[in-house]
Design a protein around this ligand. Structure first.
Ligand code: MN
Length: 203
């Protein structure tokens, strides 16, 4: 079974005014689709890989044949990252984090505002394309960034939350103002989903 782009769990315009509908159309229908197409093309060359989830491939890139390893890293990463990203957002999202993740953020960063500030700083400084992440390691939350479509899974880390800072994620509405996009993005966060991922990470 080939990999597929999952449908958006809400309308393309549902994250307005923070993320515009045109960006969502391009981002989901074109960019995410291209990662999936490229991943599937790589797997066609090595049918054994078709039995494995994209997450499993990213966790074990060394086991992916060398001729498609970079393609799987970039496009498998693109697929997993974006599938997560759509679910991490929702209409009328945002606000202060709820549940266990809210408590852990306060414990590890002092306050939600301090956490947001550090996350936004790290993501603003990511040079070129990449992602800002919140990961859980050794009983503590940590902010990390990756270039391109690299996923923390490849470093043995489970991403609890992530934000896409590729220009395709914000340029139509925010142009060069990545910091404005980052600030607005918090209004879309689906803390229920972040809590689910945090539970998973704690296992
Ligand atoms: Mn993207």
């Amino acid at each position: 079974m080939a990999h597929e782009v999952p449908p958006l769990p809400y309308d393309y315009a549902a994250l307005e005014p923070h993320i515009d509908a045109t960006t969502m159309h391009l981002h989901h229908d074109k960019h995410h689709q291209a990662y999936v197409n490229n991943l599937n093309a790589a797997i066609e060359k090595h049918p054994d890989l078709a039995k494995r989830s994209a997450e499993d491939l990213l966790r074990n890139l060394d086991s992916v044949p060398e001729d498609v390893r970079t393609t799987v890293r970039n496009n498998g990463g693109g697929h997993v990252n974006h599938t997560m990203f759509w679910n991490l957002m929702k209409p009328n999202g945002g606000g202060a984090p709820t549940g266990k993740i809210g408590a852990q953020i306060t414990k590890d960063f002092g306050s939600f505002d301090d956490f947001k500030k550090q996350f936004n700083e790290a993501a603003t400084k990511q040079f070129g394309s990449g992602w800002g992440w919140l990961v859980y390691e050794g009983g503590k939350l940590k902010i990390v960034t990756t270039p391109n479509q690299d996923n923390p899974l490849s470093q043995g880390l489970y991403p609890v939350l992530g934000n896409d800072v590729w220009e395709h994620a914000y340029y139509l509405k925010y142009q060069n103002r990545r910091a404005d996009y980052l600030a607005a993005w918090w209004n879309t966060v689906n803390w229920d989903e972040v809590n689910k991922r945090f539970e998973q990470a704690a296992k």
